[in-house]
Design a protein around this ligand. Structure first.
Ligand SMILES: Nc1ncnc2c1ncn2[C@@H]1O[C@H](COP(=O)(O)OP(=O)(O)OP(=O)(O)O)[C@@H](O)[C@H]1O
Ligand SMILES: [Mg+2]
Length: 424
């Protein structure tokens, strides 16, 4: 088939007998043939991952029925957040099941898909609800969409839920971090463990994926980030502390509403860094758009103070109480930031991965640091440090303070009390 013909092919279109036709690309058909306990499709964004989950479930339901199971089928469909679950995972499931032998009823309020003929239930869950994955043994198994965003504890819970029946788990995801998906899944497959199977493909393996978009990303993104998001590869990201952060940089934009928050990392020889942005709510989610960066060495605090945006709640390096106190005297609202490194790194990554963080591309030093900020390389694995290499970390520390501070919604009363009384 010619590429042009392929591009115009509509996924799931009906054939002459009225049956839906799914022309899988080679990576998709290879992964759907797997009968191993744990199978993963690890692919670039838009590579045709989510569409596979319902096809895998349909095959699994047929297998169980053929084995004589006619009641009590229980399975799970899990996404990392309710947003992904409700906007992508569940609609794809409902659409693919429509018109098949397994078309059932979607009970939105209960988060369940009731299979027809009293066959059983698919529980539709987001893994950010910690209790949701507990209890009960599955026999259908589980489909985990975007599992690369899930915590290791969610993966362990799934292994427990499927353990007794040795039910299969099917993962469809892009890699986001060098996390458990690499060390506790892909690496087992690479070492030849018979329970694990992975197929990796790039976004443009999907004939419907626009080549121009793939080329644009390749031209403009740092190599490791491109290979991860569009190549489905973990290579090069082992050392990166914030692998998806470069994707957060956007053209300057105006956010209406919201409150101004910021963070400060003090310095004299090393640059003083301030980042500030608007914290706002969109589609029920708290988002942060950073639109201000100050990154300057050897400058007096009073000069920084005069330049900083007003009416901002600042979270500052807790190791510098005198500077915090001086800034308060200059009229700024400043509180001590939480300097817990690992928790802060997780806060930045979770905001970046969930699409809740955007940064104006005018924040050039922040961008430069984001692509250079690394964990130490080439250490013995056992000695591998969890503390990033210092040096290129001023904006990164500042970003950490800010993301850590807004991890939980900042109470409106605190934000309302922010005033700037300029005295200097
Ligand atoms: N083999 C294929 N041939 C043609 N079109 C396909 C094929 N596989 C998927 N598609 C189409 O590509 C689009 C993207 O598919 P899908 O949503 O599964 O991608 P994804 O990898 O989950 O994307 P994302 O990274 O955004 O989650 C859908 O419109 C789907 O119909
Ligand atoms: Mg998807």
């Amino acid at each position: 088939m010619k590429a042009t013909e392929n591009n115009t092919y509509a996924w799931g279109k009906k054939d002459k007998q009225g049956r839906r036709e799914y022309r899988l690309h080679p990576g998709q058909s290879k992964v759907l043939r797997s009968r191993r306990r744990f199978t993963a499709a690890i692919a670039g964004t838009g590579g045709g991952k989510t569409v596979l989950g319902p096809l895998w479930l349909l095959r699994r339901l047929k297998e169980l029925e053929d084995e004589g199971v006619v009641r009590g089928m229980i399975g799970m469909v899990i996404a990392p957040t309710y947003k992904i679950l409700s906007r992508a995972t569940v609609p794809t499931l409902i659409d693919t099941f429509r018109g098949t032998l397994y078309e059932g009823r979607f009970l939105e309020a209960k988060g369940q898909y009731i299979l027809p003929r009293n066959l059983g239930i698919l529980y539709l869950l987001s893994s950010d609800n910690p209790n949701g994955l507990e209890g009960g043994q599955l026999n259908i198994g589980a489909w985990l969409d975007e599992a690369g965003q899930m915590k290791y504890s969610a993966w362990l819970a799934l292994c427990r839920r499927t353990g007794v029946n040795q039910a299969p788990v099917f993962i469809t995801t892009t890699p986001y971090l060098s996390n458990w998906l690499k060390t506790e899944f892909l690496d087992y497959f690479i070492k030849g463990d018979p329970d694990y199977f992975c197929v990796v493909w790039a976004s443009n393996a999907n004939p419907a994926y626009p080549q121009a978009e793939y080329d644009r990303a390749k031209r403009t993104l740092p190599k490791a980030t491109f290979e991860m998001m569009y190549g489905g590869l973990f290579t090069g990201m082992e050392g990166l502390v914030f692998p998806t952060l470069p994707l957060c940089f956007v053209k300057p934009r105006k956010i209406y509403g919201g409150k101004r928050v910021g963070a400060l990392d003090f310095g004299w020889r090393a640059p003083f860094c301030a980042l500030s942005g608007i914290l706002y709510i969109k589609d029920g989610e708290q988002k942060l758009h950073i639109d201000y960066e100050r990154y300057l060495p050897q400058t007096k605090l009073v000069d920084h103070s005069n330049a900083l945006p007003e009416s901002c709640l600042w979270f500052a390096d807790p190791a510098e109480p005198d500077s915090i106190s001086d800034l308060r005297d200059f009229g700024h609202s400043v509180v001590k930031a939480n300097n817990s490194i690992m928790a802060g790194i997780e806060a930045v990554n979770s905001l970046a991965i969930s699409g809740c963080l955007s940064i104006s591309d005018t924040c050039e030093n922040t961008y430069a640091e984001s692509v250079a900020y690394q964990f130490p390389q080439n250490l013995d694995k056992k000695e591998k440090s969890e503390i990033p290499v210092g040096g290129m970390d001023h904006a990164m520390d500042t970003l950490r303070y800010l993301c850590m501070a807004i991890k939980k919604t900042i109470p409106r009363t605190v934000l309302r009390s922010v005033t700037t009384r300029r005295t200097a």
